[in-house]
Design a protein around this ligand. Structure first.
Ligand SMILES: Nc1nc2c(c(=O)[nH]1)N[C@@H](CN(C=O)c1ccc(C(=O)N[C@@H](CCC(=O)O)C(=O)O)cc1)CN2
Length: 352
């Protein structure tokens, strides 16, 4: 029943002693605060929002075990959010964005805290490694992850390489299909179908972005929902949103809404979109955007920035994920964890 995060203080390194941050510590009134989430699901839904998402309520209560934090701030949380509205703001061009609102965490004191994604990811990977070893010893089953890479984008090749390496490190078997840039949709789908029916494969992911001539939505829909460890299948997102209902209310503008949010999650794919002035003092900011911007002074010619203007936001927020070092490392850690869960579910492995 606890929502937790592993955080470390960015302003007061001297208070580096670890302790638990868990939601809720104690109830705080009013519990109706807001969560705003910017998600760019352009790669999933090219025209319309899924009806199942709008106005739905999601239960956040079955979160992971408590994790240690540095520099604790108090929050209360009602474990729920609603998918409120669907916008296609001009500032994001053709990308679809929707906002989620919630009555979730309320900061009761403000201290700038850096949420350390690398540290959480390390802990998750260690947990996955020991669980993989355990199920291998008890049942002989080895969880398997298949990756489909289309084309020769350097960044995608690096991510796929990193995923394979991460699998190796935790004992997950990896499978790969590398297809040429000019391959057809049918060829990609054929590979997905083979992985769908391969019993050694428990997780399948299609590395994104795909070349423009391929219909991403159609391809992602082909991944068996049971093996969709990325969680990109519309049914997976729909299921996430189907656990309850909350009343709708009408937003004015993105900026106004984010200003009311106690938890702000941005995944718009737009560098430095969210300014400090958009953020409610004391809000928790989760920056899911990982955007490459040109930087001649960097060896690779670019640097990574989030959707959130970190300099500004870190002065206003109570806790914030940096880019790099925040949500990114969690992506691969959770991929491993999901592959393990899929293997356990498929083979009905419930060891205590
Ligand atoms: N099928 C998918 N495709 C893509 C995903 C995804 O989750 N599934 N996400 C991104 C790329 N990606 C994984 O594929 C990914 C991106 C970034 C990181 C990461 O750890 N980033 C580090 C910085 C790394 C660096 O310096 O280059 C960080 O943010 O700290 C992991 C995975 C698009 N495609």
């Amino acid at each position: 029943m606890l929502a937790k995060s592993l955080v470390s203080s960015s302003t007061s390194p001297e208070t580096s002693q670890s302790h638990l941050l868990s939601f809720p510590h104690r109830l705080h009134s009013p519990t109706h605060s807001l969560l705003a989430v910017f998600l760019n699901l352009n790669h999933l839904y090219t025209r319309h929002p899924p009806r199942s998402l709008v106005g739905q309520h999601c239960d956040l209560s079955d979160s992971r075990e408590p994790l240690p934090v540095k520099s604790c701030t108090d929050y209360t949380c009602s474990h729920s959010f609603i998918v409120h509205s669907w916008l296609s703001p001009s500032l994001l061009g053709p990308r679809l964005t929707f906002l989620l609102f919630s009555r979730v965490a309320m900061a009761t004191e403000i201290s700038s805290t850096l949420i350390d994604g690398k540290l959480v990811a390390k802990q998750i990977r260690e947990e996955v490694a020991s669980e993989v070893a355990r199920i291998k010893a008890l049942s002989g089953i080895v969880p398997g992850l298949a990756v489909i890479l289309v084309g020769a984008r350097k960044d995608s090749q690096t991510y796929v390489r990193n995923k394979k390496k991460a699998c190796e490190e935790v004992g997950i078997a990896s499978f790969e299909a590398c297809l040429p840039e000019d391959c057809t949709e049918e060829e990609v789908i054929e590979h997905i179908s083979k992985f769908n029916s391969n019993p050694l494969v428990h997780g399948i992911l299609v590395q994104l972005p795909l070349p423009r001539h391929l219909n991403e939505e159609k391809i992602l829909n082909t991944v068996s929902i049971e093996k969709d460890v990325d969680g990109f299948h519309p049914l997976n997102i729909g299921r996430l949103a189907m656990q309850g209902r909350e009343p709708l209310f009408v937003p004015c503008t993105q900026k106004e809404i984010t200003r009311q949010a106690d938890i702000l999650i941005s995944a718009a794919g737009a560098p430095n979109l969210v300014k400090g002035s958009w953020i409610k003092p004391g809000a928790v900011v989760i920056d899911v955007g990982i955007n490459a911007v040109d930087d001649k002074s960097s060896a690779r010619g670019y640097r990574l920035v989030g959707d959130v203007c970190f300099e500004e936001a870190s002065r206003v927020a109570s806790a914030i994920t940096p880019v790099p070092g925040g949500v990114g490392p969690m992506t691969i850690a959770m991929l491993l964890s999901n592959t393990l869960s899929s293997a356990k579910r498929t083979h009905d492995l419930h060891f205590s």
